[in-house]
Design a binder for this molecule. Structure first.
Ligand code: ATP
Ligand code: MG
Length: 573
């Protein structure tokens, strides 16, 4: 993280171009070479529909769909891991589908739900019971926790562990039939209460949950646990490589045990380090809290690290894919600099967005020697280096809006913008020389005055006279007022997950993460539809927000032209 984003981007780009594949791709190549899966590559992206996808999920999506796409005949499934009825919702299912598509990936006809397998999972549980590999336990949740032991002490066997197969079958059936209350019994695998891997100490396979499920309705009142469901779902779908994040490393033993005990086809689980980003939280629980407590405008608030949030903010999907490719995959946890992602966003937007003029903090400029009621028209390119963007025409008149920051009554040395006595170029239009200001009774500057040189039309003069500064402008007669939302990082702490005593991550929210201003835009900017990305010359990249109405545009700042993160850190000091 000490590296600048540009440096680390270069480094990863070099790594990518080099001979080495990452450890997951190496593993898959080896399996292909050995014929382990007959050369098949079949992955899956398995979100739980209990929240919106975030940038961490983008890493997993790019990896799973990416790896599949790199092999002839490779496939990647989308599977909703919907085993927890109380937290899940169809709203989340729909948003996840939209986000995966937006990122540029296609599951074709392979969209599944773990709940599709509930019948099969139930049958397989019966098989385990019959083989003496599972039993119904009637300890309370608290007792089960106590009996489990610790990392250093072995667990204790439940007094119910040696129930007969008949009794287990009977109880499990009655659990299914709804005869018991939540928590009265669970079904557990019978493995080893002294196993050094705590996961293997008779893990729970099923619990009673009298809850409505978003797909199976009220059919079930027992629900299978994640570990039991996941491996069987992978196996059922013929997955070859089950790629997941590091926290599942200890669960791999159970994954393998379940499939081997049931005599089922076994995919290979491979773990990689999850994405952590500076100034960001990437946990659904925390993101849900931000939304539910109203700290942001919603799941798609442009400050949110959700895919719907960064989409609304204006991040192009290509930039996210590029980011994921640059960070690569590793086996050790690390923190990625948010600035690297912005770097990828800028790189993409710089090449592809049209450049227009908007004034975000306006101050009036009056050209005293320009006739009243007269206008010039200038045809200007929409992108200085790319003619394919075409041109637009802008009117120039006696009164303009310029950026407040482009004028100083008393300027420091090397200030090349507007200050009394200094000449600057108004982008694509004329040279103007500042002659003074008009103030109100309180001494606030109301207008900046200047004169223009009619010979400098188009932005240059016959005498070849140079000016050091060029500033942008919008003519007052045509300017469209717009709501512009200026975004800064949502958190002021580099790692908001690391909280000091007595605080929560919410204590590190940036109170200035959103600043709403009224800007003046050139008229063409009011014509773009929601989602369009543009550059406001000299200011940054902006995206038309869905709150825009005809004649009342709303823009979100996607990114400044340069790294703004250094500034955040400076402000903190
Ligand atoms: P969270 O921890 O944010 O609640 P989760 O892991 O519970 O996320 P799932 O819906 O289970 O969310 O995730 C779907 C897939 O995305 C899983 O394979 C998970 O490993 C992966 N994933 C989740 N977060 C990240 C992350 N930060 N980096 C990489 N992959 C992630
Ligand atoms: Mg999860």
């Amino acid at each position: 993280m000490s590296n600048s984003p540009i440096e680390s981007a270069k480094e990863t780009a070099e790594k990518k171009d080099g001979p080495g594949l990452d450890f997951i791709r190496t593993r898959i190549a080896e399996d292909n070479a050995s014929g382990k899966y007959q050369g098949r590559v079949h992955t899956r992206f398995p979100p739980e529909p209990n929240g919106y996808l975030h940038l961490g999920h983008a890493k997993s999506i790019c990896l799973n769909f990416g790896v599949a796409g790199e092999h002839a005949g490779g496939k990647c499934n989308l599977r909703f891991d919907d085993t927890n009825p109380v937290k899940e919702d169809t709203e989340y299912v729909e948003s996840i589908m939209e986000d995966v598509k937006w990122l540029g990936f296609d599951w074709e006809d392979r969209m599944f739900y773990a709940s599709d397998y509930f019948d099969r999972l139930y049958e397989l549980a019966i098989q385990l019971i019959k083989e003496g590999k599972a039993y119904v336990d009637s300890l309370s949740a608290e007792e089960i926790r106590q009996y489990r032991g610790t990392l250093t002490e072995p667990g204790k066997e439940s007094p119910y562990r040696n129930r007969s197969v008949e009794e287990n079958l009977d109880l499990f059936q009655r659990m299914k039939n709804g005869e018991f209350d939540d928590g009265a019994h669970v079904l557990r695998a019978k493995i080893d209460m002294a196993a050094s891997n705590v996961v293997m100490r008779d893990p729970t396979l099923y619990r009673i949950r009298k809850a409505h499920h978003h797909r199976t309705g009220d059919k079930w009142c027992i629900y299978p646990m994640y570990d039991y469901t996941h491996c069987i779902s992978d196996s059922t779908e013929g997955i070859t490589h089950s790629i997941c994040t590091l926290e599942f490393e200890n669960n791999r033993e159970l994954y393998d045990w379940t499939l081997e005990t049931l005599g089922l086809y076994r995919p290979q689980q491979i773990e990689f380090a999850r994405l952590n980003l500076t100034y960001t939280v990437l946990s659904k629980r925390k993101l849900i809290q931000l939304v539910q407590e109203g700290h942001v405008r919603g799941w798609d608030d442009p400050r949110m690290p959700t895919l719907s949030g960064v989409r609304r903010r204006g991040f192009p999907p290509e930039a996210l894919r590029e980011f994921c490719s640059r960070i690569g995959v590793a086996k050790a946890d690390s923190m990625v600099d948010y600035a690297l992602m912005e770097f990828c966003v800028r790189e993409k937007l710089n090449a592809e967005t049209p450049r227009l003029m908007g004034v975000v903090e306006p101050i009036k400029l009056v050209i005293t020697n320009y006739p009243e009621g007269q206008y010039d028209e200038f045809e200007m390119p929409m992108h200085p280096e790319d003619e394919s963007h075409g041109t637009r025409t802008m009117r120039f008149g006696r009164e303009l809006w310029i950026e407040n920051d482009d004028f100083r009554e008393e300027a420091p040395k090397k200030y090349f913008r507007l200050t009394p006595g200094q000449e600057v170029r108004l982008r694509y239009a004329y040279y103007v020389t500042c002659t003074g200001v008009v103030k109100d009774a309180e001494g606030n500057i109301k207008e900046v005055h200047c004169t223009y040189d009619p010979e400098s039309k188009g932005g240059s003069t016959a005498d070849g006279r140079k000016v050091k500064g060029t500033i942008h402008w919008v003519s007052a007669c045509d300017a469209v007022p717009a709501e512009v939302r200026l975004y800064e990082p949502l958190f002021v702490k580099e790692n908001p997950n690391q909280v000091e005593e007595g605080k929560t991550f919410l204590d590190y929210l940036n109170p200035e993460s959103e600043k709403v201003v009224t800007a003046y835009l050139e008229p063409r900017l009011a014509e773009f539809e929601a989602g369009t990305r543009v550059q406001f010359e000299r200011l940054g990249y902006f995206c038309v927000d869905k709150d825009s109405k005809p004649g009342k545009p709303v823009f979100n700042r996607t990114a400044t032209l340069r790294d703004s993160w250094a500034r955040v850190e400076r402000n903190q000091k």
